[in-house]
Design a protein around this ligand. Sequence first.
Ligand SMILES: *[C@@H]1O[C@H](CO)[C@@H](O)[C@H](O)[C@H]1NC(C)=O
Length: 454
Amino acid sequence: MKFLLLTSVLIAISLRIFYNYLTSVPERPKIDPQRWWGSGSKPAKEDESIRPFKIDFNDTMIQDLKQRLINRRRFTKPLEGIQSEYGMNTDYLNKVLTYWVEKYDFKKRAELLNKFPHYKTRIQGLDLHYIRVTPKVNKNIKVLPLLMLHGWPSSSKEFVKVIPTLTTPQDGYDFVFEVIAADLPGFGFSEGTNKPGLNPVQIGVMMRNLMLRLGFKQFYVQAGDWGSQCSTHMVTLFPENVLGYHINMAGSIRRISIVKLLLGSLFPTWIDSDHPERVYPLTKYFTYVLRESGYFHLQFTKPDTIGVALTDSPAGLAGYLMEKMAIVSNRDQMDTPHGGLESLDLDDVLDTITIIWVNECIVTSTRLYSEGFRWAEDYALQDTPTEVPTAAVKFLHEVVYHPDWILRDKFVNLVRSKSYDIGGHFAALHTPKEFAEDLFAAGAAFLNFHSQKK
Ligand SMILES: *[C@@H]1O[C@H](CO)[C@@H](O)[C@H](O)[C@H]1NC(C)=O
């Protein structure tokens, strides 16, 4: 009897110690908010001007690209009876490349992007590009400044379908957004660095500096994919600057969350009555991840090697990127010739590829997979909770699905969470209507959070 009691006490104490370990918050890393990422060393004075910018797909570039596409070598045919199971279906790829050469209207696509005001400004030595749309509304409509951050292989282009809605008053809401959609450094029209260490923490610092440069001391943030890694660090480091955070790829990778996710597989419906099937059974989920995440390890370990091939061949670049964009857009279509790509507009997909081709930024953008896993400051901040009010939106085919009880480990004030039975990873391109609706609902939840605190 005494032995049993003693054992129980010991087990209880060990569990408590283990729990304390899992939930302990690491020491806050020391971050230089003005670290220099430009070539050479920091000058005495930095150019702080804001310059209007226009996107130009010029004739020289178009001619050269078309020549390379037309002169491509013959691809190996897919195996008999095989769709996308071995990777990019080359019959399908050929069709898309023909479309890119013959039908894709470079000038018109650039014109569509240029409907929005574009700018560049130098932050910490790098020229950053962003779209800024200021709504024209009367005084009784509140204007919420919103920073929007994309992921890989995207750019601010990902948001052009939602910007008009976000900047126009909607029924039932007394506010609109002023949108600042930025290209991450090394992505789209933003300059990349030639210094190691520009990880999501440091990009979060840069993006906050961009908002401060534009005069916003307090603002809202929307992000997914790598953009959400960067902005999750931003809200953790600088909660005083961010009034609300809307994520479309919400996850917590705190130690406690990982353990909860594993334990959850014992009683999935009990921990998440919403959509347990999106992550459990874990074996099914990990089979999908294992099948589709080879690129992740490749880009984490050797981004520059794959970068040589992708920089040199537009057909190779298109094949590589289309396969990635497909598998996260519709998991039910992985074994079709397009692999899920047809959930998106082909012109949107080709805009993304063209922007990377024009800016020769496949290496600088792909390196983020490497920088994202190399630095202790990243891990320390991942394990630190944040109190910035947060809204999670979960689209059907998003790669990451975490139940709310796990998200709250990281986002203590999870003020809203909604699952949709449609959509995927590139939410603003795929389901722009629902994406914008959710963002308005989140804006209302953030305003409500702050008015209750007063
Ligand atoms: C055309 O665009 C390419 C890619 O942006 C650029 O490198 C080149 O300098 C441009 N050429 C002209 C003549 O403007």
